[in-house]
Design a protein around this ligand. Structure first.
Ligand code: NAD
Ligand code: DAU
Length: 351
């Protein structure tokens, strides 16, 4: 094998698409998927590639420094692509400590392990930290986040991701660790865990349950198809400048309420239901505390320097996503049984 790349969080939503992209595209790389398999991790996401000879799964928790160090010593990865995280803002509001442990301590553990195995020669090595646009805080009605926007996180989730970004840069500045960062907007697509807005609404429409809209529904997010994010990570990992960061986004802003109405319209057509059926399920509920009004990414840098741009329109991406959920209802049923129900009942009491 030409290179060994260790991807953390590869059993999660975005991580599974990154693992698939790398395993299929780089037959000469050994891809190691390191994941603790929390509620969000699911090896079913990788069924189609798990038999391939250049893929290995290792179950491990990144908060365990000794274990992580021993895995790094065993496999001697040339590159790390770090996606493992607690990723859901609502969960960070009810349990911030889990976010500090995985997102901050876990990241520092990985940085320490990389530093240890690369200490004699950092040539050709790279630590790619996958982060979020939420570290920049909230925008008003206009403007975009650029790579130079000042960090201003508001939720425990975004504070933990901001902290991890700072540690990654600090290891570059202090120890010369070769790093790149990417800060991406909201992803959607196949395998999206149904606690997040789009898959939650697809699941509820299928089950004729209320579609919970926080506050007045005017909050705005910039949506990107997950496979386009995986393509961007591939480009930045291979061609991004050492020490640099790149913003990734779809130039595709939607107010939540408009997005849900569009989703309802597409679902009605695909399910052969009279127009307007799903929209009747829309229910305004209590707002998320500290809810950021608007995120929007300026993705000019990655476009100009690396030639990346989204490959699908939102309409196409949303249609592909709904089709995936409709043909994978067993996946949806499996991940929404058990613990999901107690999370849901607690989060949406009375809705
Ligand atoms: P996810 O919650 O779907 O998956 C996270 C994965 O990390 C799971 O497989 C889980 O088992 C694993 N994990 C969690 N804690 C772990 C631990 N302590 N040790 C090892 N593995 C652990 O998340 P996602 O939505 O795929 O996001 C992946 C990354 O991308 C995160 O770092 C997130 O901050 C970032 N990101 C997400 C989005 C988005 O819209 N989802 C946008 C921008 C950036
Ligand atoms: O911007 C990137 C971030 O996008 C990632 O870093 C996070 O990991 C990812 O979870 C996502 O965060 P959001 O909080 O934006 O995603 P979520 O799907 O939870 O919510 C999207 C919007 O919809 C947000 O304004 C809150 C709102 N919402 C969400 C849920 C779950 C509702 O109105 N009702 C809901 O039930």
């Amino acid at each position: 094998m030409n290179k060994t790349i260790l991807i953390t969080g590869g059993a999660g939503f975005i991580g599974s698409h990154v693992v698939r992209e790398f395993v299929k595209k780089y037959a000469d790389y050994h891809i190691i998927n390191l994941d603790a398999l929390t509620y969000a991790g699911n090896l079913e996401n990788l069924k189609d590639i798990e038999h391939l000879p250049n893929y290995t799964f290792v179950k491990a928790d990144i908060t365990d420094q000794a274990l992580i160090t021993s895995i790094f010593k065993k496999y001697q990865p040339d590159g790390i692509i770090h996606l493992a995280a607690e990723s859901h803002v609502d969960r960070s509001i009810s349990d911030p400590t889990a976010f500090v442990m995985t997102n901050v301590i876990g990241t520092v553990n990985l940085l320490n392990a990389a530093r240890e195995i690369w200490k004699d020669d950092m040539t050709g090595k790279r630590f790619h930290h996958v982060s979020t646009d939420e570290v920049f805080g909230a925008l008003g009605a206009s403007g975009f986040f650029t790579e130079d926007t000042k960090y201003d996180p508001h939720s425990p989730y975004s504070a933990s991701k901001a902290s991890s970004d700072h540690f990654v840069r600090a290891y570059h500045d202090t120890y010369g660790l070769p790093i790149v960062l990417t800060n991406c907007s909201n992803n959607y697509g196949p395998n999206h865990f149904p606690e997040k807005l789009i898959p939650l609404c697809i699941h509820n429409i299928l089950n004729n349950k209320p579609l919970p809209v926080y506050g007045d529904g005017k909050y705005t997010r910039d949506w990107l198809f997950v496979i386009d994010h995986a393509r961007a990570i591939d480009l930045v990992f291979h061609q991004g400048k050492n020490g640099d960061s790149y913003n990734i986004g779809g130039f595709n802003e939607w107010q939540n309420i408009d997005l849900i109405k569009e989703l309802c319209a597409q679902m009605d057509r695909k399910l052969d239901r009279p127009a307007g059926t799903s929209a009747k399920l829309i229910t305004f509920v209590k707002d998320r505390p500290g809810h950021d009004l608007r995120y929007a990414i300026d993705a000019t840098k990655i476009n100009k320097e690396l030639g990346w741009k989204p490959s699908v329109t939102f309409e196409e991406g949303l249609s592909l996503t709904i089709d995936w959920f409709l043909t994978n209802q067993e996946w949806l049923n499996n991940v929404t049984s058990g613990d999901y129900q107690s999370y849901y009942n607690n989060q949406y009491k009375g809705a």
